[in-house]
Design a protein around this ligand. Sequence first.
Ligand code: ADP
Length: 529
Amino acid sequence: MKKSTIWLLAGIMIIAFIGLLFLQVKYIQITMDSRDEQFEQSVKRSLYQVSRNLEFDQTLQYIEEDIIESEKQYTQYNRPQQSSSKSSVSRRRERWTSTNPDGSELTIDYDISTESIDSTEEPQHGVFISPGHGINTISKTSYELQQAFSKRYLHEKALQDEVILKIMYRASTKPIEERVDFRKLNSYIRSELLNNAGLSVPYSFQVVNQNNRVVYSTPGYPKENYTKKKEKAVYTQILFPNDPPARLNYLRVYFPTKGEYVFSELSFAIPSMIFTIILLLTFTFTIITLFRQKRLSEMKNDFINNMTHELKTPVSTISLAAQMLKDASITKSPDVFKHVTGVINDETKRLSFQVEKVLQMSLFDKQRATLKMKEKDANDLVVSVANTHDLKVQKYGGHLDIDLQAEESTVRIDEMHFTNVLFNLLDNALKYRKEDVPLRLVMKTWNDSGRLFISIEDNGVGIRKEYVKKIFERFYRIPTGNVHDVKGFGLGLAYVYKIVNDHKGTIRAESELGKGTKFIISLPLITQN
Ligand code: ADP
């Protein structure tokens, strides 16, 4: 697959995901808004009904009181007037006083009239019209019934008038705590929320009087200066909305679980979001893997080209030498013979070294290396590797120093593989040396935070910062690596990395282009008890 195709795929998928996420979020938002609105409507409707119920209760209470009072008056006024007259109107004068917010007093005098009608007289302005006298006994009885009914009607009307006046002028002056039974109010709220709106959610409430003082509050009601979130969960309803505006009382109801209620129907949104995120992650991982595979296949191609060249050269040299030995026309003096066999020997070594390198990697491709771990002194190992390499370094006019600072140096290692690791690093230092500067190599050991460190430092060509992280990858070769016509497969450091890791160690490189490279290996120490 072409790189551009992978990028195109990635672009399309990213746009699709962003679109999907946007739609999901939008849908959740809209659903939450409508749920919130629905909740608000239901609560407002219920609280309005609660306030109506309180008004009915108050009216009923006044009617009851008044009936008792009027009945008393009725019997009082009715008896003495029976002999003298027909209909009479009893008048009472009442005074309504209220204190204004500025402290001044407002007084209103008003008359309450109760009309009582004598049943023996014909009413002048009755509700029903007289059918005339003595037509027959049935119509007389009917007429009397009408009279009684009319009398009751007027009586009730007068009662109502009085009650209305009382409610208008007396009730609103009373403190709210005397007008409302808070336990009853609580039960009204509960039943209205349940019956009117089908809401059975926890709530707490408070009643605030005309002076903005809290008169009653249930335990869970939030304290003043509550947060915006809490503020949104508080609903206010005016109690007795027909009271004078300066004397209004308020009921405030707080729903602590409003957020959960609004979100409850959206519980599906969370798994759907999780699935989308999982999809996004899987997709990102797939794209990254695609790119990795692409690079790996490119590197493998380079490797095959490289390997073909590296293997072909010794093979063709050996076959040439063999032909020379076979050719009868060539005089095989001892010198020639020695030279040819020497060439064959060198090339065979080179060939086996190349094959060995490829095998090393393929052997460790999947499974963990089978290491033969032994306790070893790292300082000793460094000395022996340095001795072996010293000659080679000197051949190139270089110098190899060792600096053994590690006091604790016993580690568990596979000697063969770990020696290979150090060889590989020293080989690289030779391969990537600067032609014009004498090679200087330093091998150092030291202890730090319970671990052993080994470093190999050179003054070679160095590595660009952006490549340093990649050099431990398989088949990776720095593009400028070929400037010095240095051949390789890009496997040496991958092998080093794998072996060090299998020893529960770490390796990192510090390098600066043109100045040199330092490889630092750290290994766990064996604590000797
Ligand atoms: P190879 O040497 O076969 O190319 P390696 O895995 O040993 O593969 O190294 C990978 C790359 O790291 C090399 O191509 C080289 O450019 C760079 N490199 C390794 N060691 C050094 C070093 N000591 N100095 C500079 N560059 C190095």
